[in-house]
Write a protein that binds this ligand. Structure first.
Ligand SMILES: NC(=O)c1ccc[n+]([C@@H]2O[C@H](COP(=O)([O-])OP(=O)(O)OC[C@H]3O[C@@H](n4cnc5c(N)ncnc54)[C@H](OP(=O)(O)O)[C@@H]3O)[C@@H](O)[C@H]2O)c1
Length: 354
């Protein structure tokens, strides 16, 4: 199969590194460019990056010269697909400029998530939203597709099988790992041995993005779901993996076995299409009374390329129509680079990428 010339923007950051790792020997993408800030540009990747992923830096990336993040330089490299792991303020203009030049942008950044013509895509949850790119003003050229905030990705995957039982409201409390704040995000003095009950703008993002992702799409765009979502977010001193305590109200009084079965048997389009980064089981149910845990469940998902792509659900409890459970999502993989790659794989299989 043809491989697409691809760039990772923000390649030295924590999500950028996750991309570099996951894209090693990928069957659809050939990384021909890596870009970052001026501070890293002009250096070999292996010399510039402070590698946090474990194992070695993939061979293909070690000697690649980092480019400054500019449309001109990426055009010169004839890049067709870009994975963006840039800070939102930097991503805002350049992602639009790249799409106008015919480049397909798959972004982790928040900058365009709530734009009317940009989908927030989690392909197991709302694959039909991909069609929104046809309404983007750079029609016939490139486009921008985003994935959601890391906690939202886990949340909507866990909620999707419950929609069949008439989901009416959601309360979520998150315990989010330090890596969610980026390489320089939280000072060790503030977080070691501590929990901080505030993450800037996170609660608002979870509530708005969830309603958009569950919205119905028609010719006029997306009509947000009429779902009550209430969230509270904490930063904890874990390294990787966001734990979420979720309480939902359903229309139906469904027994625990049925709920657990709905989680465990849930499959989506990426599984049907056998996309390279799709986990065989997107939701893994644990019966143990002390799971899921970040340390034990952050790598859930098979086969190898889908490691970290499954969310883990456990401690499912109910009182009448109210159901409680915990969910663990790997913020760097399923919550960031992995879903972004899955979106691009889906776009290729859907023939939306030429
Ligand atoms: N961390 C997560 O769990 C997570 C989850 C979902 C979404 N996201 C989103 O993904 C994006 C990246 O997050 P991160 O956690 O990887 O952040 P990070 O570790 O701080 O990395 C930021 C990256 O952006 C580059 N950069 C900074 N300023 C730049 C500029 N002016 N021009 C070009 N490049 C610049 C940095 O390059 P230098 O090293 O050269 O400065 C670095 O490669 C953010 O939008 C974030 O909100 C993160």
């Amino acid at each position: 199969m043809k491989k697409y010339k691809t760039c990772v923007m923000g390649c030295t950051g924590i999500v950028g590194q996750q991309f570099v790792k996951m894209l090693n020997a990928h069957p659809y993408f050939e990384i021909t460019a890596l870009s970052s800030s001026k501070q890293s540009a002009g250096k070999k990747y292996g010399n510039a990056v402070i590698w946090s992923m474990g194992g070695d830096i993939p061979e293909y990336a070690k000697d690649l010269m980092i480019l400054e993040t500019s449309v001109e330089l990426l055009m010169k490299k004839e890049v067709k697909i870009v994975f963006s792991a840039l800070p939102s303020t930097i991503a805002k203009d350049i992602e639009v400029a790249l799409a106008k030049e015919g480049i397909y942008v798959f972004s982790n950044a928040n900058a365009h998530r709530m734009d009317d013509d940009v989908p927030i895509l989690i392909p197991e949850v709302n694959p039909e939203h991909f069609d929104l790119v046809k309404t983007q003003s750079y029609k016939g050229k490139g486009f921008i597709v985003t994935n959601s905030n890391c906690s939202t990705t886990g949340l909507v995957l866990g909620l999707k099988p419950l929609l069949d039982f008439g989901l009416t409201s959601v309360i979520v409390t998150t315990y989010q790992a330090i890596s969610g704040a980026g390489r320089h995000g939280v000072s060790s003095l503030d977080i070691l041995g501590n929990i901080i009950p505030h993450i800037k703008e996170e609660e608002d993002k979870i509530e708005r993005e969830t309603r958009k992702i569950f919205g119905k799409i028609d010719k006029e765009g997306i009509k947000e779901a009429n779902l009550e979502v209430n969230s509270s977010c904490c930063r904890t001193s874990t390294r990787e993996g966001h734990l979420e305590s979720i309480v939902v109200e359903l229309n139906e009084d469904v027994d625990l076995e049925t709920i657990s079965g709905a989680f465990g048997s849930f499959r989506g389009i990426p599984q049907e299409m056998r996309l390279p980064t799709a986990p065989e089981m997107p939701i893994i149910v644990r019966a143990e009374e002390n799971r899921p845990q970040p340390l034990l469940d952050k790598d859930a998902g098979t086969p190898g390329r889908a490691k970290g792509m499954a969310v883990t659900v456990g401690r499912i409890r109910k009182k009448a129509k109210r159901v409680n459970f915990f969910l663990l999502v790997n913020n760097l993989i399923r919550g960031a680079a992995g879903t972004c790659i899955l979106n691009a794989e889906y776009g290729i299989k859907k023939n939306l990428i030429k």
